[in-house]
Design a protein around this ligand. Structure first.
Ligand code: GLU
Length: 505
């Protein structure tokens, strides 16, 4: 088996927006495939027509594209093992359902929902299995003629797997080791429904993994309970030899660590749980996304990569190439990973610092435009260089740097009270005169001239510089004062000084 080419798949169901946990699953599959020079397949599992949500498939693809999680086979790409959308594979599943029926690994059942309901009321903890199936209406309990007649007269039926009781089923999990379940706790799950002529998730999933030559099934922990059934299905088909290895990834937990992460946690604590903004097609409700909130895709990837896996050193910041090199399923944790969203913000901050000022400036330009500012690229790049260390998100650059582009309309009250003294207005007008004499407006020259003037007049440096900042910025923040005025230029600086002197007196 080891000589088989590594082939993994991400197999989402289009039942809504892709959850951030699903993104992590896709990422781990991607890292694993890349590490092994294998294939990464995108398969859409849309056999549950009742749960189909329009736009979900497009959303999944757009999300993974944004994050640079690339497939080399599957929906939207094609490949030798298609079609890759399960709703287009009906005939294939029908054939394999018949194989199971012919080999007596499955049987036909006619029980209506009402009959099943009645049974549940009659028997405590009713389970459709070896101990009860002979009391039910199916091809094992009924004469062959009757079964035939019912089918021919158009009665709806389902096909159920016939699970042999009292047998230990082993799931070999790369993260969890040998997981053993006794088959008696499993029920005869429905594999196919005649009503819509479609298989259920379990059958379609196994048939496709087999036909698509999948070698490793890497998926969320929520699928672990289905794994014994999947092992039994592989056996029922006689495909044990090519059964994939399983790896069930740890759950993502609430930031506090108690219980599964949900959309409500995001709403409650103010972080997105979806990669992109999503508008619910039925209610019109909008859920926030990482992209629209201002996260860089690299930051989201780095954050997610470390939720349930660690590279074994203390490294936090990893490039995608490093992740591909170091990724190791056996280093994934069995227990859930706390969704420390603040760490996500930290990663975004780090990646903003890493990116070039030019790249960040290009992202900041639309924000400037939205505030009616049309600034030359060169200036935006310089401003970004001076202010990006103060922000976690590109959008925050507006708050941190708007004074570079628009003069303050008002002056922060608190700062004014504290920093604008009796003689500030007079001093600022003098300062305006002093600056006016400078030809080379570089930060160093300005600084020298201004400091000399302060010394000569025996002014208090702190008082002057604080008032200067208030006049130019409108509040007490910002980078080095003479960097600001150098970017603003002489004329604008003097105008701001005069205006502050007039407004604040
Ligand atoms: N369709 C399942 C899902 O939505 C796939 C589970 C699996 O990977 O086997 O996650």
């Amino acid at each position: 088996m080891s000589e088989r080419k590594v082939r993994v798949r991400f197999a989402p169901s289009p039942t809504g927006p892709l959850h951030i946990g699903g993104v992590r699953t896709a990422l781990y599959n991607y890292l694993f495939a890349r590490q092994h020079g294998g294939d990464f397949i995108l398969r859409i599992e849309d056999t549950d027509s009742g749960r189909f949500v329009p736009g979900a498939e497009e959303y999944i693809i757009e999300s993974l594209n944004w994050l640079n999680i690339h497939f080399n086979e599957g929906v939207g790409i094609g490949g030798e093992h298609g079609p890759y959308k399960q709703s287009e594979r009906r005939e294939i599943y029908k054939k394999y359902v018949q194989v199971l029926l012919d080999n007596e690994k499955a049987y036909i059942a006619f029980d209506t929902p009402q009959e099943l309901e009645a049974k549940r009321a009659e028997i405590n903890n009713f389970q459709y299995d070896a101990s009860t199936r002979m009391q039910m209406r199916n091809s094992l309990s009924m004469p062959t003629d009757e079964v035939k007649a019912l089918i021919e007269s158009g009665h709806q039926y389902v096909v159920r797997i016939k699970i042999e009781p009292n047998e230990d089923v082993h799931v070999n999990d790369l993260i969890r080791g040998d997981v053993v379940i006794n088959s008696s706790v499993l029920d005869d799950k429905v594999l196919y429904k005649s009503a819509d002529e479609l298989p259920t998730y379990h059958l379609a999933n196994i048939v496709d993994d087999h036909l698509m030559l999948v070698t490793h099934v890497i998926r969320g922990e929520e699928w672990l309970p289905s794994a014994p059934l999947h092992v039994l299905l592989y056996r029922a088909f006689g495909w044990e030899d090519t059964m994939p290895a399983f790896a069930h990834l740890p759950l993502l937990l609430k930031p506090e660590g108690n219980g599964k992460l949900s959309k409500r946690d995001g709403d409650r604590l103010g972080f997105p749980v979806f990669p992109l903004q999503w508008t619910d097609p039925n209610t019109g409700n909008i859920s926030s996304g990482y992209r629209e909130t201002g996260y860089l895709p690299e930051a989201v990837i780095n954050f997610l990569a470390l939720l349930g896996w660690n590279p074994g050193n203390d490294q936090d910041i990893l490039s995608i190439e490093e992740m591909i090199k170091l990724f190791d399923l056996t280093r994934c944790s069995k227990s859930g990973a706390k969704f420390d969203y603040k760490k996500g913000v930290w990663f975004n901050h780090q990646y903003i610092q890493q990116k070039s000022n030019e790249d960040i400036a290009a992202m900041f330009q639309p924000v400037l435009k939205s505030h009616g500012v049309d600034a030359p690229a060169e200036k935006v790049v310089t401003v970004v260089g001076l202010t990006k260390e103060r922000v976690n998100f590109v959008q925050e650059l507006w708050d941190a740097a708007s004074f570079f582009f628009v003069a303050p309309e008002s002056y922060d009250e608190k700062t004014t009270k504290k920093r604008w003294k009796e003689d500030s207005a007079k001093c600022m007008l003098e300062l305006a005169e002093v600056l006016n004499t400078i030809d080379d407006f570089s930060p160093t020259t300005q600084e020298k001239v201004v400091m000399d003037w302060i010394a000569e007049k025996e002014y208090h440096t702190g008082n002057i510089m604080n008032a200067f900042r208030l006049a130019v910025v409108g509040e007490g923040k910002g980078p080095h004062m003479f960097d600001i005025t150098w970017i603003l230029g002489k004329e604008e600086t003097i105008t701001r000084l005069k205006r502050a002197a007039e407004v604040l007196k």
